[in-house]
Structure formats: C-alpha cells, structure tokens
Design a protein around this ligand. Structure first.
Ligand code: CP
Length: 324
C-alpha cells in the first residue's frame, strides 16, 4: 500500500485488512505502555491547508504511538500565505525527509495530484479534500459500527445487511461520499436523507436510496444513523432553509430518538452543530458513538500509517497495489 486517497477505489480485501490491523492497534492501546517501536526512524508530515481538530490530532497521536517523528504543518502562518505553491511546499517537506504526507486541502483531488505528480516519493494519505473524500473518517466509522455490532468477534467481518442512514448536508460532505463507497463495498444498505437542495446532482450514480423525509427513513428501522455537519461556511442561501426549519425537518432530536430502535447507533463525524443537525440529548445519549469514533480514529490511523510505511514488509504484501 503506497497511498490512501479514497474509498471509492478501495477493495473489500484492503478495507478489511485496514480494519483488522486497526483491531490489533486498538488492543495495543489497552496496554499500560501504548507506544510501539514499529515506525522508529520514519517521518510523518501532517500537511493541513484547512482547519482540523480530530483528524490532525489523531494522525499525530497515531504516528507518535508508532514511534515515528511527526512534523505538523499548518498553512496558516506558513509561506503558503506568501503564495508558495503545493508543489514547492511538498518538495520542501520531501527535502526534510518525509516518509508519509497526511494532507488536508480545500481542493478536491489535491492528495491525488501530490501522490501521482512525481513531486515527492513519500506515501500520501488523504485527510479530507474539498467535497471529494475523507477516507480515514469512513474507515473509522465502519470500524465503530463493526465493533458495536460484533464486539470481540469483529475481525474479518464486513457490514453485510446493515441498514445505514446518512442525514443532512450531503452536497458538501466528503464524509458522506467516503462512507457511501466504503459502506457499499462492505455490504451495507445506505439511505441518504437531505433537503432536495442538499442532494448532489450526480447521486443517481451512487449505490444508495434517497429520501427527503427523515421520519420516513427512521420508520424503516436503520441499524445506524449518521448525522452530518451542516457546513454553513460552504452554504449559499439557495441551498439552505432557515436553521429553525432545518432542525425541525432534518434534525435528530428527542422525539426522533424515541422513534429509533433501542440499539440504533447514532454517529456524527464532528464537529457538531448542537441544536441544529443533532440535539444535545442525541449527541450525549448512550446510543451515540461520537467519542468512540474519535478514539477509534487513532487505531484506524495507526493501521493506515503502519500499512503505508511498514505493512508490506511485515505482511509480505503486493507492492503492485500502488494506490488504494
Ligand atoms: N471529522 C473531522 O474531520 O473532524 P476535524 O475537521 O476536526 O478533523
């Protein structure tokens, strides 16, 4: 595995391999000494052109727990603000000895450009690009669903037959796109629920059912419901009803929590707009997996960095599998 750029082209075998290695990593995090020597001598660069809390910190924690050296780069305060290009920024980091580059960028496709341009030799991990994909978020979401469903019997299992409903601002959501592809690969049935103005035009080519009424979707008895953040910063008045209207028609509140099955999982990738797409009752309920998702994110990112930087050697994998 050279790069992790998306879930649309991630095979079932590779997805399960990442999830199973993440199980091993999660086991190591239960030990008194959490740190493993596996990536000693390797350098991981976190190259973030957009804000992040969870993803950046969790990649940093993952790399450090594998004993890699970590360089954190934020576009704010760097020479990017003086107009330095992605190519020159990346080549500067390469010259400093980066073995892996974790990139978040506002432009869809920036991680692929970095991975395929020949500018750098480091492995590239997409940490969110524009409205395109956020593959490690989808992997940690799948890991969380599998863990809640199968517990200690999770290894080797997919999500066949699970009904997953994704609700909200699908139009702007890279999390939704990565989840749609990965959940489909793992055998889950996916339903999208959104206001008509927040459904992407190309959705007819996606392996999903689309409905506009959240109560109707909840009545179908999903095993998991994933609330998306309303991306107010990307919103234009043409897309969005008022916040009050949105929350009434598409928000997960106490009434709708009461309509869900008792064991339906409630996911949210964070950061949450409490009181808009999800009420405090729902976010903090025992059915909410929000903090489990954050914790599992470290294990999943440890697995990805391990497979990128040591896994092929350790597992005797096929180096021809260049871009996942
Ligand atoms: N879920 C997610 O990507 O959160 P951050 O923007 O805080 O990284």
């Amino acid at each position: 595995m050279r790069h992790l750029l998306d879930t649309q082209t991630l095979s079932r075998a590779d997805a399960l391999r990442i999830l199973d290695v993440a199980e091993d990593m999660a086991d190591t995090q239960q030990r008194e000494v959490k740190k493993l020597p596996t990536l000693r001598g390797k350098t991981v660069v976190n190259l973030f052109f957009e804000d992040s809390t969870r993803t950046r910190i969790s990649f940093e924690a993952a790399a450090k727990r594998l004993s890699a050296d970590v360089i954190n780069f934020s576009a704010k305060g760097s020479s990017v603000s003086k107009g330095e290009s992605l190519q020159d920024t990346a080549q500067t980091l390469q010259a400093m000895g980066a073995d892996a580059v974790v990139i978040r960028h506002g432009a869809s496709g920036a991680p692929r450009t970095l991975a395929t341009s020949g500018w750098i030799t480091a492995g590239v991990v997409n940490a969110g690009d524009g409205t395109h994909e956020h593959p490690t978020q989808a992997l940690l979401d799948a890991f969380t669903m599998r863990k809640r469903r199968f517990g200690t019997e999770s290894r080797g299992r997919d999500l066949a037959g699970m009904k997953v409903t994704i609700v909200g601002d699908v139009l702007h959501s890279r999390v939704a796109r990565s989840n749609v592809w990965l959940l489909n690969t793992l055998g889950a049935d996916v339903t999208l629920v959104a206001p008509p103005t927040l459904v992407p035009q190309d959705v007819s080519g996606w392996p999903v059912r689309v409905v506009y009424d959240l109560d109707e979707a909840i009545a179908a008895g999903p095993d998991a419901i994933m609330m998306l953040r309303i991306q107010l910063e990307r919103m234009n008045a043409a897309y969005f009803p008022t916040e009050r209207e949105y929350s009434r028609r598409w928000g997960l509140d106490a009434r709708r929590m009461g309509m869900l099955l008792t064991d339906t999982m409630v996911l949210h990738p964070g950061p949450m707009n409490r009181g808009l797409e999800i009420s405090a009752d729902a976010a903090d309920s025992p059915r909410s997996t929000v903090l489990e998702q954050v914790a599992n994110g470290v294990s999943v990112r440890m697995a990805v960095l391990y497979l990128l930087l040591a896994g092929e050697r350790a597992h005797g994998g096929d180096e021809s599998e260049d871009v996942l």
